[in-house]
Design a protein around this ligand. Structure first.
Ligand code: NAD
Length: 476
């Protein structure tokens, strides 16, 4: 049974959303010269703020500010001094964590429980972690005196707006680079609050620059000749375009792209734990997760039992107000993303898979999609091959470990995978054969700043996090 909970909304009053925002360049907010755009709350479709759009001239300005800061201040600064700024930023993120969590949930649609307990603590942890590296770069295994690259152009998606910012900015700054970062057009607000945090931390002007806009702004940044390194997280399609534009230049490039991860449940797994992991793997953050466990591969002999428990567990998920502390599944980030999820789910039905969602009432306003599971999925179905980036799970079965590995690897992506088994030797045998950057065993979606993250094949190249994450920002 589902217990009725009284509403437990977090107050939105803690954040002061301004009616309009400029670009953050050279340590101050300035006007953009493109047509401004609006950021919308996906839970109720209200307009949150008007956001400046950077055109090519604004990107020139941002890159020039970053170059000056790199040459005059940040590049020559001793690592121990840079570390102090990173620590300061980490502490301010902690101090303002409630404000950041509420703003992230309002702008993105994710449940406050996740922004408060996962996103924002991980953001602070990333800055603390890379602060620790700033004065130890000579001991990181990249030579005795590795140098920064210069100006990094960084482009991030909308699913973890502040966390992706931290993954990009913390290692870049620790290594002595300066940055021009472009947040996604549907979720710019926490990056702009982060700009205020940079001011509060007295970060030298131009070390961090935030330019807002959509794809054109991103392209102008990625293609700018004054950028020494491009770091991109987003779709494989845009990643390809950026790789083409960087080819033949001296620019360094790291790409973190899409995924279609397999979550493999063997017959000896602890089934209730596996169900929790499967639910976390695909319904966390509405399934807007590049490493989501979107393909469940379950051993045939336990498939019926697992699916029964999975459906019972899904029936307890609470879908609704992102600011309610009891909410498990929030709003879909945008109308465009909702349309894409619907299109792929409809294709799943049309291709013959069986669709099921628990009974759940969706709010009348905003962008919503009920947690959904498809059974009877064939490897040829679009829902087994394409990234849905929504709360939709595709279930396939297997008989032998070899078949599980073959099916898991039968994807152009290779970002993550999960294995559920009580037998250590089986876990290791399987993990060794999976072509995925991260393999979780008896858990899923665990992140730690000390642990590298990144993909194989069309999921991209380069690693973020850990010591490996320094390599993309050093001229080693
Ligand atoms: P997207 O590629 O459309 O957009 C990502 C960012 O790139 C946005 O800021 C966007 O404005 C910008 N952009 C768009 N066109 C551009 C262009 N031509 N040149 C430069 N920049 C451009 O992706 P999205 O829909 O915002 O995000 C979802 C995708 O991101 C999914 O495929 C997901 O798997 C992937 N993702 C990957 C990771 C990872 O770490 N591997 C993490 C999060 C998301």
């Amino acid at each position: 049974m589902v217990f009725e909970y009284a509403p437990a909304p977090e107050s939105a009053a803690i954040v002061d959303v301004r009616p309009s925002y400029g670009l953050f360049v050279g340590g101050e907010f300035v006007d953009g010269h493109g047509e401004p755009f609006k950021s919308v709350n996906p839970a109720d479709e209200t307009v949150l703020a008007e956001i400046a759009r950077a055109d090519e001239g604004d990107i020139d300005h941002g890159v020039a500010a970053a170059r000056t800061a790199f040459e005059k201040v940040w590049g020559p600064m001793p690592g121990a001094e840079r570390a102090k700024y990173l620590y300061r930023i980490a502490r301010i993120v902690q101090e303002r964590s409630r404000e950041l969590a509420v703003l992230e949930s309002i702008d993105n649609g994710k449940p406050i429980r996740e922004s408060r307990d996962v996103d924002v603590p991980l953001v602070a942890a990333h800055f603390f972690y890379y602060a620790g590296w700033a004065d130890k770069l000579g001991h990181a295994g990249f030579g005795p005196d590795p140098r920064p690259l210069g100006v990094a152009g960084q482009i991030i998606p909308w699913n973890f707006p502040l966390l992706m910012l931290a993954w990009k900015i913390a290692p870049a700054l620790a290594c002595g680079n300066t940055v021009v970062l472009k947040p996604a057009e549907t979720t710019p607000l926490t990056a702009l609050l982060f700009a205020e945090i940079c001011q509060q931390a007295d970060l030298p002007p131009g070390v961090v620059n935030i330019v807002t806009g959509a794809g054109d702004t991103g392209r102008a940044l990625a293609e700018h000749p004054g950028v020494d390194k491009v770091a991109f997280t987003g779709s494989t399609e845009v990643g390809r375009q950026i790789a083409r534009s960087a080819a033949g230049t001296a620019k360094r490039l790291t790409l973190e792209l899409g995924g279609k991860a397999a979550n493999i449940v063997f017959d000896d797994a602890a089934l209730d734990q596996a169900v929790e992991g499967v639910v976390n793997g695909i319904f966390f953050n509405q399934g807007h997760v590049c490493c989501a466990g979107s393909r469940l591969l379950v051993q045939e002999s336990v498939a019926d039992e697992l699916l029964e428990r999975l459906r019972a567990r899904m029936a307890t998920l609470r879908v609704g107000d992102p600011l309610d502390k009891n909410t498990d599944v929030g709003a879909i980030n945008s109308a465009a993303q909702l349309a894409r999820i619907r299109e792929l789910a409809d294709a799943g039905e049309a291709e013959g898979a069986e669709r099921w969602s628990p009974p759940c009432e969706l709010p009348p306003q905003g962008f919503w999609f009920a947690p959904t599971v498809f059974t009877g999925v064939a490897q040829s179905h679009r829902i087994a091959r394409e990234e849905i980036f929504g709360p939709v799970l595709s279930v396939l079965t297997f008989r032998t470990p070899e078949e599980a590995v073959t099916k898991a690897n039968n994807t152009p992506y290779g970002l993550s995978a999960g294995i559920w088994s009580e037998k250590g030797s089986r876990v290791l045998w399987t993990a060794q054969r999976l072509r995925a950057g991260v393999v979780w065993a008896n858990t899923f979606n665990k992140f730690d700043p000390a642990s590298p993250f990144g993909g194989y094949k069309e999921s991209g190249f380069g690693r973020e996090g850990g010591r490996h994450g320094l390599e993309g920002y050093l001229d080693a």
